[in-house]
Structure formats: structure tokens, C-alpha cells
Design a binder for this molecule. Structure first.
Ligand code: CU
Length: 159
């Protein structure tokens, strides 16, 4: 029984030591980087294929050069009061609550995958026009993007 207690307390001590190590390295990180702790988001490559019905998809890439992750939680736009974010699984799309934007990573919304969904369009934008949208995040402030409308079959991945 004694031996068992010893083994157990050794394990607890080890776990505690590991936890301490984790803590102190996080602390030194914080000390080293000052104000650049939060997510730092940048949007690129946005486009909307010209809608053929009264719905449209939106695609873009959000790059996070910051040290903490963020989440895309919602999108708003003048052209629709019903804008949601969708993932595509087994060729079927379904609404999600949020998309992760990892620290030092990116979130890609692209054809055949994750996308922004605009339903019941108030007007149908034409190729060459721009659609104003606003991206909302869990931590970062909102980002406004002027999304260019491209040809209905536009796909930057197909060269
Ligand atoms: Cu969709």
C-alpha cells in the first residue's frame, strides 16, 4: 500500500511539473510579443459568382497572422437579410455556427467547400459589380469587404 501511494504521488508530482513547464513557456511568450497577442486577420481573393437564381455564394480567404485563433461567426450584407455560413459534406451543404480561423493559419471559403450563402436576394448583382459584405468574428472587430461579382462559373482554382 505504501508503494502504491509513492507511485501515485510521483505521478502527481510529474504532472504538476509538466503543467508548470507549460505555464512558464506561455508566460515567456506573452512577455516577448507585447500587444500582438490577438488574432490579426486579413481578407483576400473574395468573389461572388454572378447569381443565376435569387441566391448566391460568396468565397474568400481569411489569413490570420496573429498568435491566437479566431472564429468567423456571421456575415451581413445589403443584398440579403438571410446570409449564413455553410460547409459542404458529402456534396451536401449545411449551415454551421462558425468557422475556425487558426492562429498563424487561414480559413478558405472556396467552391465545393465552405462558403457564404446569400438567400432571397433583394437584387441580382451582375458581373463587374461589387457587393458589400461585413464579416463578424468572435474576437476581432468586423471587417467590411467589397466583393467583386464574377462570371457564374468563375473558379480561381481552375487555371
Ligand atoms: Cu450553401
Amino acid at each position: 500500500m505504501n508503494r502504491r501511494t509513492t507511485t501515485l504521488s510521483a505521478a502527481v508530482a510529474l504532472a504538476a511539473a509538466l503543467a508548470l513547464t507549460g505555464c512558464s513557456s506561455a508566460d515567456s511568450d506573452a512577455a516577448g510579443s507585447g500587444a500582438e497577442q490577438g488574432p490579426a486577420l486579413k481578407v483576400s481573393g473574395a468573389f461572388m459568382p454572378q447569381p443565376v437564381m435569387d441566391m448566391a455564394g460568396g468565397f474568400l480567404t481569411i489569413t490570420n497572422s496573429g498568435k491566437s485563433a479566431d472564429k468567423l461567426t456571421s456575415v451581413t450584407s445589403d443584398i440579403s437579410d438571410d446570409v449564413t455560413i455553410h460547409e459542404t459534406k458529402n456534396q451536401k451543404m449545411q449551415e454551421v455556427k462558425s468557422f475556425d480561423i487558426p492562429a498563424n493559419g487561414e480559413l478558405k471559403l472556396e467552391r465545393g467547400g465552405n462558403h457564404i450563402m446569400f438567400m432571397e436576394l433583394k437584387k441580382k448583382p451582375k458581373q463587374g459589380e461589387k457587393v458589400g459584405i461585413e464579416l463578424h468574428f468572435e474576437k476581432s472587430g468586423p471587417i467590411k469587404v467589397e466583393v467583386p461579382v464574377e462570371a457564374p462559373n468563375h473558379n480561381p482554382k481552375q487555371h
